[in-house]
Design a protein around this ligand. Structure first.
Ligand SMILES: Nc1nc2c(ncn2[C@@H]2O[C@H](COP(=O)(O)OP(=O)(O)O)[C@@H](O)[C@H]2O)c(=O)[nH]1
Ligand SMILES: [Mg+2]
Length: 537
């Protein structure tokens, strides 16, 4: 029996009309036994073709699920929703180098498991005793930064995939983790994913509802509940028994769509992205050569990435689909477009390649793409091995943000007490409103800059405090000097000690254990090592 092919289906559809016409013509005087036999054979052929076409239609209706014929033909590369012309018949690319470069055959980190556990416990103690109390006293959570849970402090490194839709984020994850057939994350040339998907380790393949993920106390996603049910419906987890996921958790995001408003998504997309950015150890911002333009949504994503530059890696993906002479032009255009958005002197590392399972469409740059892929995997492996350093850097950055926040609230409070009207003479509420609306008039931010060891680049936007004080009025806070006790000392002293002594000491011990010495000074100099800084080979 003939096998199904798109071409064949197309051809039979083409001949259908002339055959019918022929049949109509033959119904008159031209009837002949040979002709009848021919008509009979033709009808049989048409029936066969219609069965095959039906098969094809069903195939289209259930993307990702190969029909029997097709599954037989392409066991390793089942069709996805994509329409891109690609060498689908060729076998998938070899993935052995992923195992080698990520040391997936070795369990755990280079560091001793007991030492890792002990260090994490010390970190938690510093966080809960010296940092969290100040966050609670000055309601830092209301600024959109929920406190870090033990689950988050214990969690594996998180790798976040951001970028425009159809840039190849989901395909890259499918390739890295080796998701096969129906298990694959959906991919397509159109915006197919509206979900945030966490790909994590589990004893078997299964998907977990967002609501379940958020309410499971042992996991680290509890604080996502505050983005509401609209978000939780678009959030789910995939558990998969892959060795890479024993070391790292991946997060796939819906693509950035420039012509869509925030509210159309039904949840605050940018805030959810920021939640993940806050916790990510590595952020891959994936671009495709056809979508290099920067619109408002991408701009706002990069604004939120401010201060996290060392975690960002840019990926110019699908480079196999462009001609060699165009590649340099596209690379230049990407840099040109991103330059105003990334405020650092050293440009971020850009990986150019084709990070999917299929053979490269154009073989010209095969060697280059492979070497780029290997560098990216080495980079990822460094992040996995340095996870303790990264956790400390995250906690210390959080501590500094909390301290700055508390100092600013304290300054608002001081200005309020200094300027509030005498009893019965004026309205204290008017003074409070005036201070909140015009912090510049009262030199609030300038005073904090001048008095405390805060960089002007780390100061939050004064506009955010207008919303903050609308929820928690200035006079609902106590001044910093009142947050002292005989047994535990003052909140400010405790957080200062965590930032400048306790966390650097812990880092020093970890660096010694990992064999990295000479990078720390007693004043916490080793904390200057940027989190996940890309190490030039
Ligand atoms: N030529 C080429 N196409 C790719 C590559 N990676 C993904 N694609 C195709 O690009 C389309 C979008 O990919 P997808 O993973 O859904 O992008 P996402 O929206 O960023 O998750 C799909 O049709 C993929 O098959 C690549 O490296 N090269
Ligand atoms: Mg996707």
């Amino acid at each position: 029996m003939a096998t199904y092919s798109e071409d064949r289906c197309f051809c039979l559809a083409q001949v259908e009309w002339p055959k019918r016409r022929q049949k109509r013509l033959s119904c008159g005087s031209l009837f002949h036994p040979t002709l009848a036999l021919l008509i009979w054979v033709g009808t049989l052929a048409l029936l066969t073709s219609s069965v095959h076409c039906k098969d094809a239609a069903q195939q289209k209706a259930t993307p990702g699920k190969p029909s029997q014929t097709q599954a037989h033909k392409q066991p390793s590369t089942p069709p996805d929703k994509q329409g891109a012309a690609s060498p689908t018949d060729a076998p998938s690319r070899n993935r052995d180098h992923i195992f080698d470069l990520l040391n997936l055959d070795r369990e755990g980190l280079l560091l001793d498991a007991g030492f890792v556990k002990e260090s994490i416990e010390k970190m938690k103690k510093i966080y809960h005793q010296s940092i969290e109390p100040m966050a609670e006293a000055y309601k830092f959570e209301t600024m959109g930064h929920p406190s870090l849970s033990d689950g988050e402090l214990d969690a594996k490194p998180l790798v976040l995939f951001l970028g425009p839709w159809s840039a190849g984020k989901s395909s890259m994850i499918n390739y890295l983790v080796g998701l096969e057939k129906e298990q694959k994350l959906p991919t397509g040339a159109e915006p197919v994913t509206a979900d945030f998907t966490v790909i994590m380790h589990g004893s078997q393949y299964r998907s977990v509802e967002g609501l379940v993920l958020a309410t499971d106390g042992k996991r680290s996603f509890g604080s996502l509940e505050r983005f509401g049910n609209g978000f939780l419906e678009r959030f789910y987890g995939l558990e998969y028994p892959h060795k890479m996921l024993q070391k790292v958790t991946l997060v796939d995001t819906p693509g950035i769509i420039e012509n869509r408003k925030q509210q159309e998504r039904g949840y605050p997309f940018n805030e959810v992205c920021e939640w993940f950015m806050d916790r990510a150890d590595l952020i891959f911002v994936v671009f495709d050569p056809t979508k290099l333009d920067v619109g408002t949504e991408l701009e706002s994503t990069f604004k939120r990435l401010k201060g996290r530059e060392s975690q960002i890696r840019i990926i110019l993906n699908k480079a196999d689909s462009i001609a060699p002479h165009e590649l340099m032009r596209v690379y230049g255009a990407l840099f040109w477009n991103l330059a105003p958005l990334i405020n650092v002197t050293e440009p971020p590392r850009v990986y150019v390649g084709s990070f999917w399972e299929k053979q490269f469409q154009l073989e010209t740059y095969k060697e280059l793409f492979l070497s780029e892929e290997k560098s990216l995997l080495i980079d990822l492996n460094n992040v996995i091995e340095n996870q303790l350093h990264n956790k400390i850097a995250t906690i210390r950055r959080r501590a500094k943000e909390i301290r700055t926040h508390a100092l600013i609230v304290n300054e608002y409070l001081k200005k309020f007490h200094r300027n509030k009207p005498m009893a019965l003479i004026g309205n204290a509420e008017d003074t409070m409103r005036d201070i909140v609306q015009n912090p510049g008039k009262y030199n609030i931010f300038k005073t904090v800059l001048a008095q405390a060891n805060v960089s002007k680049y780390d100061l939050p936007d004064p506009e955010e405090f207008k919303t903050f004080f609308a929820i928690s009025p200035i006079d609902s806070f106590r001044p910093l000097e009142n947050h002292c006790s005989f047994f535990s000392g003052c909140l400010l002293d405790r957080i200062e000690q965590a930032i400048s002594t306790d966390l650097p000491k812990l880092l020093e011990a970890i660096q010694k254990e990992s064999g990295l010495t000479g990078e720390c000074s007693t004043e916490g100099g080793c904390m200057q090592t940027k989190k996940n800084m890309y190490n030039k080979p």
